[in-house]
Design a protein around this ligand. Structure first.
Ligand SMILES: [Zn+2]
Length: 329
């Protein structure tokens, strides 16, 4: 995680340098611009962009929102954390960043003083698994899809940036291929793998009694999505994952996105429609032998998100184009 953090700081330094050279806090006299220029033209932020905007965790506060009896969400920095609490102990879905672990555990204690029994990772990205080692050290069992452990065990490349392997103590110790169910706290919590979506190790988590659904990063609520093709993600899988979520949800379902505020089924429908619209239009462009630049010039994604969001419309179009040209399946 330390080396991961350093890699993120490097990316951040480059992004800062690109935005305002004077703000780059590199003691080096080397000009910042060449480093930024090494980024691909359509570079989008790394897997953890919300955090990368502000590397200092000092001012991060963990905010708890109760969603149903025994179910809450924690917002801090990084992926939204789901929590099941009650007579059988605490289960968390993702754990943000290592420097936040103490604050996350304190926030959980405000609801339930018991230790964490299980951590379920929705996928391998560092803004969702960064606290694994710390929480694992408290006795929690880390659970994730097979590909989460596989990718965390090896060096990864996200948008051209190398991410070091995670330490052994951060790795999931229980893995599954298709799914697993937790029977505790008066609920049956289903963990369901969705293939080649945001990555190749995504899982949805569904409280069948409380009717709460954690989508992980297969749902960015109010933000343009990041689909990590280098980690086995794909546009078709991303759409299929949302369809799987829609099949579980009804109008009363409370939906936790990987990033953004709590949503409802109607929000997920709009998100699905956006992905389908963009996928179909980019596919039509490819069928018409348009180049990526020509398809970008159509400004297809502009109406779905701001140009300066953490995933730009151009970056999203390029991702969809690349995914359709080289499917992950
Ligand atoms: Zn992610």
């Amino acid at each position: 995680m330390l080396r991961k953090g350093l890699a993120m700081k490097r990316i951040l330094a480059m992004l800062l340098a690109a935005a305002a050279p004077a703000a780059a806090q590199q003691p080096s006299t080397a000009p910042a611009a060449p480093a930024a220029a090494q980024l691909p033209a359509a570079a989008q932020p790394p897997a953890t962009p919300p955090a990368a905007r502000q590397p200092n965790f000092d001012n991060v506060q963990i905010r708890v929102e109760r969603l149903a009896p025994g179910v809450a969400v924690l917002f801090g920095r990084g992926g939204n954390i789901g929590l099941s609490y009650g007579v059988d102990g605490n289960v968390i879905i993702d754990d943000q960043y290592a420097p936040l672990t103490d604050r996350i555990l304190a926030a959980i204690r405000s609801l339930d003083p018991d230790p964490i029994r299980f951590v379920i990772n929705t996928h391998w990205h560092g803004d969702h698994t960064g606290g694994n080692e710390n929480v694992g050290r408290t006795g929690a069992v880390i659970v994730a899809q097979d590909n989460v452990r596989r990718r965390m065990s090896m060096e990864q490349v996200v948008r051209g940036e190398h991410v070091a392997p995670s330490p052994a103590g951060a790795l999931p110790v229980v893995t599954f291929s298709e799914g697993v169910t937790f029977h505790l706290n008066a609920d049956d919590i289903r963990v369901i793998h969705v293939a080649h979506a945001h990555t190749d190790g995504d899982a949805l988590v569904f409280w069948t009694h409380a009717n709460v659904l954690h989508m992980g990063d297969t749902f960015f609520n109010g933000l343009l999505p990041f689909i990590d093709l280098d980690s086995g993600g794909s546009i078709d899988g991303a759409i299929a994952a949302v369809e799987a979520g829609l099949a579980l949800a009804n109008d009363a379902t409370v939906i936790i996105p990987g990033h953004g505020p709590i949503g409802r089924r109607a929000d997920l429908v709009r998100y699905r429609d956006m992905l389908v619209d963009l996928r179909d239009r980019v596919r039509q462009g490819i069928a018409a032998h348009r180049t990526l630049e020509q398809i970008k010039a159509l400004r297809l994604a502009d109406r779905y998100g701001p140009p300066d969001g953490f995933i730009s419309p151009d970056a999203l179009i390029e991702t969809i184009y690349r995914s359709l040209r080289a499917p992950a399946h």
